[in-house]
Ligand binder design. Structure first.
Ligand SMILES: Cc1ncc(COP(=O)(O)O)c(C=O)c1O
Length: 436
């Protein structure tokens, strides 16, 4: 790394004294002398504590769909908080925001707000269990649904080498501290494998409450569902009394205004939202079919949270949704995303590097492999080292993309054509340097 850490390092040294490993999420720690300290962001750019500037494609791992410190959202939040933030009661802002979600998301009938994606998937799963009176669920390898115990199996963090035969379906626990028997509640299947899901459902549907799926692999380079895969899941859920949950924490209000439901044309029973709903302010939601959601409350399924639908989050979400509803932000993003995707593709082709472009333009990635990529196990053929070198070269040139190919490149409204072209120029240099 060629940047000065004159100011960043002393701050991170203090962080190491007070925060475990100096961070507030495991995934942020990059080493005692390497972890960046970010002081500010504006639009598509961020600055570290030394004033070094970066074009940002991490975007806080997805929430920023308009740009950092967007004046319109900041203004809405600043106005709203003058009247108080937390009342443990329904507020007009909350109702208006829910009405906007319902207007924009196809077939959204009833919802509840929470603060994080983890809370949203946890409550969605409990709702599915409450509705079906069954306990187990299916998730897919390489999918991350948050940090609660039930979903920490075979996620994006799981080394592929740790996964057994793809027919074994043995859930690999992520980290320690999770009771052993929680494993018994989950089946982990390969994404895009129609037969594996059908077989598992046929064998075990009497105890399966739900299929929970990220509609595209938002934590594995954005790998998209094959034609008919999501519809296949819906059909099985309808046939066998299971609740289909789309985890739209990464895809919601990012792929399109209606999220994966709209983009892929399949309506699940419940979806979860977080990240792009607040452009960086913490807000989340779960909701869908009125029939399923009716089990929430009234002495049935517990959903609770002191800070749910607080005024800060509602003001931010209402402002974000209003902007998305009134202007073609995500459509424009897709056009610029395609410019980026085509540019990256051409540079990799010209450099003679075997690769696969992956993902939707608004949440995209590429993998350095000749093999078609359909699921997480295909990453076994990926050249991790070369990818990391290219991204490290990008970082040195002031463009920050995660150096792990599993995390997609995110775009926001503030990534102009000029910024994308600047990125492509630096990418060409970075690739040349990496293979020289
Ligand atoms: C698909 C998906 N679901 C759930 C979560 C958890 O969201 P949060 O970090 O807000 O708890 C994430 C976080 O990255 C995610 O990518």
């Amino acid at each position: 790394m060629s940047f000065s850490r004159e100011k960043s390092q002393p701050i991170f040294d203090r962080a190491l004294n007070v925060l475990e490993k100096g961070v507030s999420s495991n995934f942020r720690y990059l080493g005692d002398n390497e972890t960046p300290v970010i002081a500010k962001g504006k639009g598509a750019r961020i600055w570290d504590a030394d004033g070094n500037e970066f074009i940002d494609y991490r975007l806080g791992w997805g929430p920023i769909n308009l740009g950092h410190a967007d004046d319109r959202i900041n203004k809405a939040v600043a106005e709203a908080i003058q009247y108080g933030t937390t009342f443990a009661a329904t507020t007009p802002l909350e109702v208006e925001t829910a009405e906007l979600v319902k207007k924009m998301v196809p077939d959204m009938e009833k919802l509840r707000f929470t603060n994080t994606g983890t809370e949203a998937t946890m409550h969605a799963l409990r709702t599915a269990r409450g509705f079906t009176n069954k306990e187990k669920f299916i998730k897919f390898e390489g999918q991350y649904h948050g940090a609660h115990d039930y979903v920490l199996y075979s996620t994006a963090s799981t080394p592929i080498s740790a996964m057994e035969d793809r027919k074994s379906h043995i859930p690999i626990q992520v980290g320690i501290g999770i009771p052993d028997r929680i494993r018994d509640y989950v089946y982990c299947l390969p994404f895009n494998d129609f037969d594996a899901v059908e077989q598992c459902v046929k064998d075990h549907h009497g105890e399966i409450a739900s299929i929970m799926v990220e509609p595209c692999l938002g934590n594995i380079a954005g790998i998209e569902p094959q034609d008919g895969f999501l519809a296949h899941l819906k059909k099985l859920c309808d046939e066998y009394n299971m609740v289909l949950i789309f985890d739209e924490v990464k895809t919601g209000f990012r792929l399109s205004n209606g999220g994966a439901r709209e983009t892929y044309g399949v309506i699940p029973h419940i979806s979860t939202y977080a990240k792009s709903l607040g452009n960086g302010f913490p807000v989340a939601a779960f909701g869908g079919s009125a029939e399923v959601m009716e089990v929430v409350g009234g002495g049935s399924v517990t959903h609770a949270g002191t800070f749910g639908a607080n005024t800060v989050s509602m003001a931010a979400a209402k402002a974000v949704l209003t902007i998305l509803d009134e202007s073609p932000v995500l459509e424009n993003l897709a056009i610029r995303g395609l410019r980026l995707k085509n540019g990256l593709d051409k540079i990799l082709t010209d450099a003679g590097l075997p690769h696969q472009m992956s993902g939707h333009s608004n949440l995209q990635g590429f993998l350095l492999t000749e093999k078609e990529v359909k699921e997480v196990r295909d990453l076994v053929h990926h050249d991790d080292e070369l990818y990391e070198t290219i991204m490290s070269n990008m970082y040195d040139r002031g463009v920050w993309i995660e150096d792990d190919a599993r995390e997609p490149w995110f775009l926001c409204e503030a990534h102009t054509e000029e910024i994308i072209d600047e990125t492509l120029n630096k990418f060409e240099e970075s690739v040349k340097e990496a293979i020289a």
